[in-house]
Design a protein. Structure first.
Length: 153
């Protein structure tokens, strides 16, 4: 599957220091090619695909919180955000909490590419362009490195 990407606060460089995991993420997304669809099934399908490779589903952000991250492995947190764009803020906050608690080194958001989202839904849902714009406006608040992947499907 093709995707666009955006590296916030050198997230891609952090991931390049763990090239095996970054390659695994790329391979899993490539294996998901052509399966992108509407609704929660895409979200669950991606979670299950990653879980088959040892990614922990529903990992607690930190001991002081009941919030959970979609996927976790080797201090890398992934949120699959294929619905409301307002949920991106929750994802940013979860990553920041885990980063501040020294539980994660980098966060990854898997979302739509803007054009793919418009084609699938007919209106704007969470997408890479929205994430990039909002991270720019939160630059003084969000210090965790975040790699944003926009699925083109």
């Amino acid at each position: 599957m093709q995707y666009s990407q955006f590296s916030y606060r050198f997230a891609e460089e952090v991931l390049n220091s763990r090239l095996a995991v970054k390659s695994e993420i790329d391979g899993l997304l490539q294996s998901y090619a052509g399966k992108m669809g509407k609704g929660t099934s895409a979200h669950e399908e991606l979670l299950d695909l990653f879980a088959q490779k040892g990614w922990e589903k529903g990992h607690r952000v930190c001991s002081e919180s009941s919030l959970e991250i979609d996927l976790f492995k080797e201090r890398i947190a992934i949120e699959v955000e294929l619905s409301h764009s307002m949920s991106l803020f929750k994802d940013f906050l979860k990553f920041q909490m885990g980063f501040n608690a020294d539980e994660i080194d980098v966060g990854i958001i898997v979302t739509h590419h803007r054009e793919s989202a418009k084609r699938l839904f007919g209106y704007e849902v969470a997408n890479i362009e929205k994430a990039r714009r909002e991270l720019g406006s939160l630059r003084l608040v969000i210090s965790v490195p975040i790699w944003v992947i926009g699925l083109i499907g």
